[in-house]
Design a protein around this ligand. Structure first.
Ligand code: A2P
Length: 343
């Protein structure tokens, strides 16, 4: 298949690529929130560790848009907002998309800004970084606050503070009311933390973005979210190999390797197809052109019931424990506390 090498030359798009882009665009995604919004099924992650923006990041995002990805996931802490903004501007300039409205752009509130009076200024900064007038989705990144200050990791244990769920969520609701984000949601929230939030929320979180892959299937959380009308988006669908929060265990899993080999697919494709079949949306990160393309090839085949059962039976283990948020001086004294037993 022809791969586009020159991002400035649209004419090089092969018929196949155009038809795939159309196929992706045709997948309008899942309804999300209480209005008419839809979230694309397959999205593009931008988190790399250490958190630094790069030309490769921008080029990869542009390439992903060219191939048909429509959801781009950024975060203040990833430093990925400026390259996402540049890639969107270039995609518009090149005519890869007709308008910004064709994209679904997510970003996240970092913990240093998870204070009622800092949420709106943080979102305005995010929008400035992206060069956009609105986000499609703004998420509270973690259920914890940090002493206000610069947005960076690592941070000091003494800076960990309890998140004021009620007031911070009210500030998020204001962001939505002002039209600065079409939808609001959370990330890394357990069932209990969602439940606590729902007690006072006037607008329910549209999305909970969480780690999810065949080794951490999130059955309990997904059931809870389904019952509350909260859409689940899966991050680290391949286990986030090579990151601070990632593990090789997913791509090295024997059961997945056997299924992949027998089916003539890659382990990554098995993971992504499995996630799609669980009725969630997915964010997958790759800055490699072949793998960006490989990860799209999951739409026109299915897992058999036997294959799904084998994946269902895989022993479960959370990959990202987030130990940096646990401290005897902070609001969460143990991992048990932080994840409310969902370990
Ligand atoms: P790369 O950017 O070099 O492709 P996740 O989406 O679960 O966070 O996983 C991201 C990691 O998995 C990145 O290190 C990425 O590396 C790698 N990756 C992405 N797609 C594939 C693939 N199809 N096969 C193997 N590794 C992949």
């Amino acid at each position: 298949m022809l791969i586009v090498n020159n991002p400035n030359d649209n004419s090089l798009l092969s018929t196949l690529e155009l038809s795939r882009s159309k196929k992706m665009a045709d997948i309008a995604g899942k309804p999300v929130g209480s209005g008419h919004a839809r979230i694309p099924l397959l999205g593009f992650g931008t988190a790399v560790f250490p958190f630094t923006a790069s030309e490769t990041m921008k080029e990869s995002i542009l390439h992903a848009i060219k191939l048909g990805y429509r959801h781009i996931d950024a975060a203040a802490i990833y430093n990925s907002e400026p390259p996402v903004g540049e890639a969107i501007a270039e995609a518009l300039g090149l005519g890869l998309i007709k308008s910004r409205a064709e994209l679904f752009i997510t970003s996240k509130l970092w913990c240093t800004d998870a204070h009622p009076d800092l949420v709106l200024p943080a979102l305005r900064r995010t929008l400035k970084n992206l060069g956009l007038e609105y986000l499609d989705l703004y998420l509270i990144h973690f259920p914890v606050s940090l002493k206000p200050g610069s947005c960076e990791v690592p941070f000091e244990e003494k800076d960990l503070l309890p998140l004021d769920f009620k007031s911070v969520w009210e500030a998020m609701e204001e962001c939505q009311s002002l039209g600065l984000s079409k939808l609001i949601g959370v990330s890394n929230f357990s069932c209990k933390k969602l439940q606590d939030l729902l007690v006072t929320a006037k607008i329910s979180p549209a999305v909970n973005q969480v780690e999810m892959n065949p080794l951490w299937q999130q059955k309990k959380l997904r059931e809870f979210c389904n019952g509350k009308g909260i859409h689940v988006t899966a991050y680290s669908p391949l286990g986030g190999r090579g990151t601070l929060w990632g593990t090789n265990r997913v791509l090295d899993c024997k059961v997945l390797q056997e299924i992949a080999q027998a089916k003539g697919k890659t382990v990554a494709q098995i993971c992504l197809r499995w996630a799609l079949e669980q009725d969630v949306s997915i964010l997958v990160k790759s800055f490699n052109k072949e793998r960006i393309e490989e990860n799209l090839e999951i739409l026109d085949w299915k897992l058999s019931p036997e294959e799904s059962q084998k994946i269902d039976d895989i022993e479960q283990q959370r990959g990202f424990l987030a130990p940096m948020f646990v401290s005897e001086h902070g609001p969460y004294k143990s991992l048990e506390d932080f994840w409310d037993g969902e370990l």
